[in-house]
Structure formats: C-alpha cells, structure tokens
Design a protein around this ligand. Structure first.
Ligand code: GP9
Length: 422
C-alpha cells in the first residue's frame, strides 16, 4: 500500500538524516561478528550469587564496550527465529507463528544480503538441525554464503540440547579465522536453552537456596555461556581479529521461567508489575568497537530492530533507501524521542512504559512512569499510542504481503521511466 511505502520511507529519511553523524562510517571496512545468545536476559548481567560473579567475562567487556542497559527483545511466538529476524532484518516479527517459517520467500533488507552486496563473506552458525525454524530456507534467502548447522560440527561436547557453546565457538572460529575479509559471521548459541539442564561438572556456581530450581539451573547455564564468550573473545584476540572487527552480542528473548518467587529470591526484593515486565522484556546487549570506541553504559532505550541499522551506520553503509524500521543506536547524540515498540504492543521511551490491555493498544492499557515506578497518568502515553499501533500495522502489512518486493519493483520502474526523460 502507498501508506506503508510512505511510512517506511520516512523511517529511511530519519536514518538518512543521521548519516551526517561523525560515527557514520567511523568503522568502515571492519569485519562483523554477531552472537545471538539463547535466553540471555539483562537482569543477571553484573550480578553475583554466593560471592561469585554470574557473568564475569561480560562484566569485563562492559569496560571496553558499549553496553545497552535498556535494551528490549521484540520477539513473539517465533522466539529465537524472531530475535534473529528482528536483529538482522529490522522489521517486526509477526504476532502468530514465525516469519522464518511463514514468509521465508518474501523480500527483506537483511544485513547479510546488504553486506554480501558489499563483497563481505557471510556465514551463519548454529549447532542444531538445519531445518528447525526453517533456517535452511530462510538463510539461503538471506543470502548467507553458508549455514553451518549441527551436521557440520563434531559433537565433542554435549551440554544441553546439543553441542555445548564452548565447542560451538571453537569450531565456528576455525571457519571464521580462515574466511575472506571483510566478513560477517553470525553465531546463534544454544546451551542456555530451557530447561537449562547441564551435567554437574559444568555447574560452577554455588547458587545456595536456588539449587535444584530452574532459576538455579538457568544461572549455571548463563555462567557457562559467559565462560564460552570469554574464550571466544580470547580467540578473536589471538587470531588478530579483535581490533578490526565490530563484535555484537545480544540476548534473543526471555527465559520462560514463570515463577516470580524465584526471581524475587535471586534479586532479594519484591517485584512490581513494571519490574516484572522489564525483567522479562530486557535482554543483554553489547557492542565492542575496534579501539574500544563508545565504551561504557548507554542508557538510551533500544531494541533488536535497531541492531542492523546500528552496524551499517558504523560501517558507513547508507540505510536511507533500505526498508527497515530501526534506527542507529551509536550516534554522537542519541536520537531524540526514540521509542521501542514491542511485539505485544508495549512501548517505552525510557521515561514511560506502556502496557497494552486485552483489547490491544488502547487507552485501556497501563501507562507507567518509570522513575516513579507508578502507573496512572495515561496522558503521558497517549501521544505514542497511535505511533505504536501504526508501526506494528505497517510492519505486518509489509512483511505479510511481501511489499518490499513491490516497493523495489516500483522503484525500478520509476528509475527506468526517469532515465527515459533525460
Ligand atoms: C533451536 C533453537 C530453539 O534451533 O534455536 O530456540 P527457541 O526458539 O526454542 O528458543
């Protein structure tokens, strides 16, 4: 529809205006390694249990990386595949099912395809059946050179569902290190998958009263993944890749633990509805830049749809004419008025947090003042309700009706017609 075309082109204009920013192209030509961490939430980053840090390696990374302290997942029923789609293609997942399964043949402006056009080698790694979430087909259409699935790995370390992340990173890095440069390599971890059971030998934390609970097992799994990440970073340094690679790591979605008492035990305090919502929706997110650029905590609100625009901005690849929703997060000045719209209709600008009611994104929802930790004044959310509804509607139309393909064909016809006038 022309309405959807105009709407998404305005998103492009917004990003285009930011290309005057000094960080646009500041890391041109860098390799990109991106890691999507299974169920890796934000609430345990930086925390300790029994005197032991849960994520010591990520805590160290915070000192030299941009860490986003208010970063939201935007997934729905497509879970891991939705996180992948949101992060790589910068469109909203659909409410029901998975874009990877239902709309794999549709046209999207995903990072792998854009970097392929720029002569990047592009590879994706995940140690599970290649057909799961329809990845074989979707990755082919996303124009990765190669998808390394379970059958490409030697199962020399079984932790959780399949290959443990330590071996997964080791074997993936054997491929990555030999790749043509520049490259984009995307790794999707698996060990910290629900229900988080690992062999006792891999449980290195003393989780005290959480021992024998799913939360205790989750923290053990996260601690293992953190150790694997530490090994990955060391290996990248050994291979001489750390200083010429943009390294991104983010969590895909929540951990599906429904017992809030377990969160309260771990965090040592009662949790309000807003606390719970934020715990469930925030995932970890780090970007390490060559030379430790932009290191520190970035408290601007951000979400998975912003990842691809952020990386392309740093690489100096324009997204002004690309069909994406997100905006770059690492700019000299954070984008004013930035909102993150979650797939369930919740949204936040960092000041307010809106939760939809059963009847959708309406005034019947709840508008929380984040600083006050109190809900009440709907006026503070009213202005953005329509924007949130529009974003989700427009994205659905574009994704489900394959409109990006139409927009591009229309653009090609207009270009030909324009050319004829000269
Ligand atoms: C398996 C893994 C599943 O390939 O990606 O993740 P899920 O979507 O169940 O979290």
């Amino acid at each position: 529809s022309s309405e959807a075309k105009q709407w998404i082109e305005e998103r492009g204009d917004l990003r285009g205006a930011l290309e005057q920013d000094p960080l646009f192209g500041a890391y041109a030509g860098s390799n990109v390694v991106m890691v999507q961490l299974e169920a890796f939430q934000n609430f345990m980053v930086g925390k300790s249990i029994g005197g032991q840090e849960i994520t010591p390696n990520l805590n160290k990374l915070i000192d030299t990386s941009a860490y986003f302290s208010q970063f939201y997942h935007q997934t729905s029923q497509g879970r891991t595949s939705d996180g992948d789609f949101a992060a790589n293609c910068s469109m909203q997942p659909v409410t029901n099912g998975s874009v990877f399964i239902q709309y794999a043949s549709h046209e999207f402006d995903c990072m792998s395809k854009i970097l392929k056009e720029r002569d990047y080698a592009t590879t994706v790694f995940h140690p599970y059946e290649g057909g799961f979430w329809n990845r074989n087909t979707m990755y082919h259409n996303m124009k990765y050179d190669k998808f390394y699935s379970l059958k490409h790995f030697i199962l020399d370390e079984k932790v959780g569902w399949a290959l443990g992340d330590k071996s997964f990173f080791r074997q993936s890095m054997d491929v990555v290190a030999d790749q043509q440069k520049p490259f984009y390599s995307f790794m999707i971890t698996l060990t910290s998958h629900h229900p988080y059971t690992m062999p006792d030998t891999e449980k290195k934390l003393d989780v005290g009263s959480l021992d024998g609970t799913i939360m205790g097992d989750y923290l053990q799994a996260v601690h293992y993944v953190d150790a694997a990440m530490g090994e990955l970073v060391d290996r990248m340094k050994e291979e001489g890749l750390w200083d010429n690679t943009i390294f991104v790591a983010y969590g895909d979605h929540d951990n599906s633990i429904k017992d809030w008492k377990l969160f309260e035990t771990f965090l040592g305090k009662p949790l309000s509805d807003l606390d719970r919502e934020m715990i469930q929706k925030q995932v970890a997110m780090f970007v390490h830049l060559p030379g430790d650029g932009q290191a520190g905590t970035h408290a601007n609100v951000a979400g998975q749809l912003d990842i691809t625009p952020t990386i392309l901005h740093l690489l100096g690849i324009s997204t002004a004419d690309r069909y994406m929703i997100g905006t770059p997060l690492l700019t000299a000045q954070p984008l004013e008025g930035k909102k993150v719209v979650l797939r369930n209709g919740a949204f936040t600008d960092g000041t307010v947090y809106y939760m939809p009611s059963g009847d959708g994104i309406t005034e019947n929802g709840k508008c929380w003042n984040i600083a006050a930790g109190a809900a009440g004044d709907m006026n503070a959310c009213l202005g953005a309700i329509e924007d949130a509804r529009t974003e989700l509607n427009m994205s659905d139309q574009i994704v489900m009706s394959d409109l990006i393909d139409d927009f591009k064909k229309q653009g090609a016809v207009e270009a030909r017609a324009g050319g004829g006038d000269d």
